[in-house]
Design a protein around this ligand. Structure first.
Ligand code: GTP
Ligand code: SPV
Ligand code: MN
Length: 627
């Protein structure tokens, strides 16, 4: 393969891709044709994107380069090539039209938090909750893994926008990857291709991301972020948040550092629209850890729709929040699709998701029938006959047929519950912020923080059981501040400070609530029906906003009185409701030392307000109150 001249030797020689783009020609061509074009275009300067792509090309040395335009035809070609090489299969055309199945390597089925790094000059800037590498070490240790890694492979250049096209808040990324599966996913999850380059225009502001599946070995797997240079490197994984660089790497880790510097917030939150019978509309953003119910809440089907209570979806995983001109916080969903947890998705739990993924969906690591019909635990009551499990083996009925972190990738526009405002370039104004975790015990169904600073404390100390969304043990309670533990690109002590400051930056900061759909009875059953019925809890929040929701002050916040929740038509026993709302002083008092130890890890980077809130909690817990 002929190599283009280095931009360091001549800033005016274009790459093949650039020449193609400039001429509007197909982007893959022979060296001979390139030579002609190169001589013709010698005088046109390279854009910063082209220069970066060329430097990537020099490092990874692909056999050919394809600039992705995002078109239907291109997608068809990619899918056909993956089907031909056996990395993707088409599902049943009648039962699942346009759907495909990808099986990832069994050692590459979830995000790998221990292999995820933030590379900054000073170690303190990533804080105690992130893995740190110096940029020098990253270049020495991870850089070589990219040398010649695409030899014999195709390098795809994927320009993409996070946020609605044309929105002043949207941001551009350029992902270079050797995985056609990543390209197909990025096309669904972002605004990708020609439109992204048009959105970028003459701006030089884009976040480059270099991705290669490498040899897929966890031994040589690294996801490295350089927030000071706004650059992402990922090697050795083809899965989800490790490989679709627009999502967790850019829209959360890099974006959180941009947001800190620019006065906004990048959060792991769904956004939903709730309309009341009189037509009053509220928008809520909710941050729950991975696999703790964001997609399900965002797509909630209201059990009271006939009475005029309607829920619509704005986003299911990431929210970019900024102060609006009216003094409220406004939220934008930077994504264009859903990369959602498949198991547990069924007609009773999430009919909107079921309708969304009925066609034109990429399934990853689900089970399949011999006829090509996808299946997973929770889709229906009984598994079909002769099922093939997520690894392509005949399922013997033991273990899970679909991987617990199997996923669907689907365009948001296919979802019947999308709000008409989901692509509003200015976003939507928030009435409330909700946090939540997965806790079998301790945390009640819902409580409201006393004020913004207390809400920041509640969110910063939230505990949740680990899930299959990341490798490692499942079901271990860990502190997951704001559901951002794996996603904050800087020192979380500073991040708490940023949250406190943002509350001062908006004259009307939204009230903050905490929920837990996962509290269980002594025999291990969920006490709360969850899913659509979670609407009842949202309605109490709206009542609180209107100053009419009844609540009792407890040491941890305001909990609804048992009669304050609208439970019309719901079959939950009084005893269950009482258990769900119970705040156990001993259990909460037992949390305090763990929270203090967690805070101590941040040293002097922890804002003093946080310890003050903790002291307040400890004090309220030690006061004996009437039962
Ligand atoms: P990520 O995509 O990893 O960020 O996950 P998420 O927060 O969007 O979680 P999701 O909505 O996909 O739910 C994860 C799992 O929790 C699924 O298996 C759901 O069926 C289950 N789940 C969601 N909501 C509820 C609920 O209200 N009650 C119960 N019991 N389970 C729920
Ligand atoms: C999560 O783990 O929070 C996800 C899935 O949304 S992934 O894209 O893999 O991060
Ligand atoms: Mn997520």
């Amino acid at each position: 393969m002929r190599r283009a001249a280095s931009p360091r030797l001549s800033g005016r020689i274009v790459t093949r891709g650039a020449a193609a783009a400039a001429l509007g020609l197909p982007t893959v061509w022979s060296a001979a044709l390139f030579d002609t074009l190169e001589s013709r275009l010698l005088e046109s300067p390279m854009t910063p994107v082209e220069r970066w792509v060329e430097s990537a090309e020099e490092t990874v040395r692909p056999q050919r380069v394809v600039w992705c335009d995002g078109s239907e035809a291109e997608n068809e070609r990619l899918i056909a090539s993956m089907v031909a090489e056996g990395t993707l299969s088409r599902l049943n055309a009648a039962a699942a039209p346009g759907c495909t199945l990808h099986r990832s390597h069994p050692s590459d089925v979830a995000r790998t938090e221990h292999l995820t790094f933030i590379a900054t000059a000073a170690r303190e800037d990533v804080g105690p909750t992130n893995n740190w590498m110096s940029p020098t070490e990253a270049r020495a240790k991870v850089g070589p893994l990219f040398e010649g890694v695409m030899t014999g492979r195709t390098m795809y250049v994927v320009p993409y926008v996070m946020g609605p096209l044309g929105s002043p808040f949207s941001k551009v990324g350029i992902e270079v990857t050797d995985s056609p599966y990543v390209v197909a996913n990025m096309r669904i999850m972002t605004r990708m291709g020609k439109a992204a380059l048009e959105h970028l225009g003459s701006s030089e502001e884009f976040v480059p991301g270099l991705h290669s599946v490498g040899d897929l070995s966890p031994e040589r797997r690294f996801v490295v972020h350089f927030p000071e240079e706004r650059l992402i490197w990922s090697v050795g994984s083809g899965y989800g948040g490790n490989a679709l660089l627009g999502k967790k790497c850019f829209a959360l880790r890099i974006a959180s550092t941009m947001a800190r510097d620019e006065g906004w917030m990048a959060e792991h939150m769904l956004i939903l629209e709730l309309t009341l019978p009189g037509g009053e509309v509220h928008y809520l953003a909710a941050g729950f850890p991975s696999a703790c119910g964001k997609t399900n809440l965002a797509m909630l089907v209201s059990p009271l729709e006939r009475l005029g209570y309607k829920v619509r979806t704005v986003g299911d995983d990431i929210a970019w929040l900024r102060p609006g001109p009216d003094g409220r916080l406004w939220a934008v969903n930077p994504e264009a699709g859903f990369f959602g947890v498949v198991p547990g998705t069924g007609p009773d739990t999430n009919p909107n998701a079921m309708a969304t993924i009925g066609h034109d969906t990429i399934f990853t690591n689900v089970a399949v029938t011999p006829a090509g019909i996808p299946w997973w635990e929770g889709k229906d009551k009984s598994p079909p006959k002769d099922l093939i499990d997520w690894q392509g083996r005949r399922w013997d009925g033991t273990g899970k047929a679909a991987h617990p972190n199997s996923r669907f990738t689907v365009a948001a526009r296919q979802c019947p519950s999308m709000s008409p405002r989901w692509e509003d370039p200015h976003g939507v104004p928030l009435s409330a912020i909700v946090f939540g975790g997965r806790r079998a015990r301790v945390a009640p169904l819902v409580f409201q923080a006393f004020d913004w600073d207390h809400g920041v404390f509640v969110a910063a100390t939230m505990g949740s059981e680990t899930t299959a969304a990341a490798t490692g043990k499942v079901g271990v309670v860990r502190r997951d501040p704001m559901a951002m533990l794996p996603f904050c690109g800087y020192n979380m002590g500073d991040y708490f400070g940023h949250w406190l400051r943002m509350g001062r930056a908006v004259p009307q900061p939204p009230p903050i609530f905490h929920v837990n759909w996962f509290r269980t009875s002594h025999d291990g059953h969920f006490l709360w029906p969850g899913f659509g019925q979670n609407l009842r809890v949202l309605l109490w929040m709206i009542d609180r906003i209107h100053g009419r929701g009844k609540g009792v002050e407890t040491p941890i916040g305001v909990v609804p009185t048992p009669d304050a929740l609208n439970l019309d038509g719901l079959d939950v026993s009084k005893a269950s409701i009482e258990a769900l709302l119970h705040v156990d002083r001993d259990e909460w008092a037992a949390e305090v030392p763990g929270i203090r130890a967690f805070f101590d890890r941040f040293g002097d980077r922890l804002p003093s307000e946080m310890n003050r809130s903790l002291d307040g909690l400890a004090q309220r817990l030690s006061v004996v109150a009437p039962a």
